[in-house]
Design a protein around this ligand. Structure first.
Ligand SMILES: [Zn+2]
Length: 565
């Protein structure tokens, strides 16, 4: 069947459906009214009621149900089986399999009339290309030249370099100390910025994907936006410097190959002891302590202290890789400036090292999420063609390089957001939705999904998501991993985090921790396709609702670092 006839058939189906809906509507109106009043009486939360009934007529409900019905097991299964097949070679970042998977997603976006959104010289395209560096660092030294004398500082002794940031050489970098935070009017473009940092004895500062620290993260983002070259945090607590030094020595990242973004804007992050910082800025230790106190009392000196620092990085090996996010867009109508981002990573682990070279199929991780993303993109694009455009715009973002540190989403959010990052009202991220992960007897029908983050930042997002589920899909929403104190810290471990750090409300849909996770046995025949379909439908209804309801989900009432309970 060609495209035109598909459209005609679809339109025809739609007309028939509307007739059907309106006639059922008349017959069962009384019953529906009764049912509605009982459910309403059962509800206790008045606010939730207003939120949903405000925007959902029976016709709207039926429209949503119709479009959800176009999400099918067979389509999802086709994507998953193909992406997880040997011909995609495990979709390792920068390698052929990843690029083939990217092209597959792009073709699908084109075929289904998604709009391109990445600007190029003549128009727009679907591919957002960037560079990643894979390197193994051997030594890092800092140098200052004071009164004709060169002083050299060693990593792990005098300072700590964060191995997960883009550490690069700088010759005579001008570094300015701006106190405890970056001063709004201080010109730091092209310079280094030094900041005092107050920490507790045992506090972790920004070493692995799982050890985040709000204080450092905010300042690093500001420095990055201002196009500074490096950030030097000066730890005022000597015990904390020791704790983190020990932690760094033990870190698996220290002597292994790591991937970082390689862009003009990528910056290195360093932690200095008070002693090192005093020397670096040519102060006596006592003067330096006094200076820190002054800044703490907000007495900012009229001319800020500065130093000239050279950074010398020796790498055992370094390779630059090209890789691509794939992006499809559905522009909204009256609220089109507000953007919802649906994301799923399509890269995986490639092949095993050594002789027999089994490949990592990554059927659940994350062909399942990509299949959902593709089908969601198709539904919203076809609904728009048929006159049901979303009010808010929706961006479908298939990310790369997630497995090596969420670099694709970080590139999108930190370096090249295609629309202003402040206009993003929600991110729904899908990573692994095809397998069971809790003892089966807890939810016998296997009709559950793990939800992380929905109530961390926005009540509107959380309510919309729960109501979409009660109204349409009735899945068991499992919040086991949602606790802020859960040791697995899933909130920080997939692409949603790249958006949450900008205070964008997020939901992470997952089924983590099954026995084939990151093994070559994560294969397509083990996927529960009914389950993928149900979860995709839940995400569809939540997105539709978020895109069309009056209230914007972006209303931050909570700090994500505080406990939500
Ligand atoms: Zn994954």
């Amino acid at each position: 069947m060609n495209i035109q006839s598909t459209i005609i058939t679809l339109f025809f189906n739609l007309v028939i459906l509307f007739f059907l809906f309106s006639s059922t509507n008349c017959i069962s109106q009384k019953a529906a009214n009764q049912e509605q009043s009982t459910t309403q009486a059962k509800r206790t939360n008045v606010e939730q009621d207003t939120l949903f009934s405000e925007s959902l007529s029976l016709l709207q409900k039926n429209t949503q149900t119709y479009y959800a019905s176009t999400i099918t097991v067979i389509n999802l299964k086709n994507h998953i089986e193909l992406l997880a097949s040997e011909s995609f070679e495990g979709r390792k970042v920068g390698e052929r399999g990843q690029k083939m998977a990217g092209l597959y997603i792009q073709d699908f976006f084109i075929k289904n009339d998604l709009e391109p959104a990445v600007p190029v010289d003549l128009g727009k395209r679907y591919i957002q290309e960037f560079e990643v560096e894979k390197s193994k660092i051997s030594t890092i030294t800092l140098k200052t030249q004071l009164k004709e004398k060169e002083i050299i500082y060693q990593n792990k002794e005098d300072f700590l370099a964060n191995p997960l940031t883009y550490l690069h050489n700088e010759n005579e970098l001008n570094v300015v100390l701006t106190g405890y935070s970056i001063l709004p009017n201080e010109q730091i473009t092209g310079r280094g910025v030094a900041l005092f940092l107050d920490t507790e004895d045992k506090e972790t500062i920004f070493y692995s994907n799982q050890d985040w620290n709000e204080k450092t993260e905010k300042q690093v983002l500001l420095a990055q936006q201002a196009e500074a070259k490096a950030v030097f945090f000066i730890l005022t607590n000597a015990n904390n410097f020791k704790t983190n030094s020990k932690k760094l020595q033990k870190s698996k990242y220290l002597n292994s190959e790591i991937y970082t973004l390689k862009t003009e804007k990528s910056i290195g992050v360093y932690f200095l002891s008070m002693e090192t910082a005093a020397k670096l800025f040519d102060y006596s230790e006592q003067e330096w302590e006094e200076l820190a106190e002054q800044f703490e009392e907000n007495k900012i000196p009229s001319s800020l202290p500065y130093a000239t620092v050279s950074i010398d990085i020796k790498k055992e090996s370094a390779t630059t890789l090209d890789t691509e996010n794939i992006v499809g867009f559905v522009e909204g109508t009256d609220l089109k400036d507000e953007l919802i981002i649906i994301s799923a990573h399509y890269d995986h682990l490639g092949q095993e090292e050594g002789q027999n070279k089994k490949f990592f199929a990554g059927a659940d991780d994350n062909a399942s999420g990509v299949a959902a993303l593709m089908e969601l993109a198709k539904v919203f694009a076809s609904a728009k063609k048929e006159g049901f455009s979303p009010r808010r715009s929706i961006l479908f973002l298939a990310t790369t390089a997630e497995e090596v540190g969420m670099l694709g989403s970080s590139y999108y959010a930190d370096i090249e957001p295609l629309f202003p990052i402040s206009n993003v009202v929600a991110n729904l991220n899908i990573d692994m939705i095809g397998r069971e992960y809790v003892p089966k007897n807890k939810y016998p029908a296997n009709d559950y999904v793990s939800i992380v983050g929905s109530n961390w930042q926005s009540t509107i997002l959380h309510q919309t998501h729960e109501q979409a589920n009660t109204t349409f899909t009735n899945l068991n929403l499992d919040y086991t991993y949602n606790s802020k104190t859960h040791p697995k810290e899933f909130f920080y471990r997939s692409d949603q985090y790249s958006f949450a750090k900008y205070d964008i409300p997020v939901i992470f849909y997952t089924s983590p921790d099954h026995k084939d996770y990151h093994k070559t046995t994560d294969t397509a025949e083990k996927i529960d396709y009914q389950r993928v379909e149900k979860i995709t439908k839940l995400i569809f209804h939540t997105t539709w609702q978020l895109a069309n309801q009056e209230k914007s989900p972006k209303k931050i009432e909570k700090n994500r670092f505080e406990d939500q309970n």
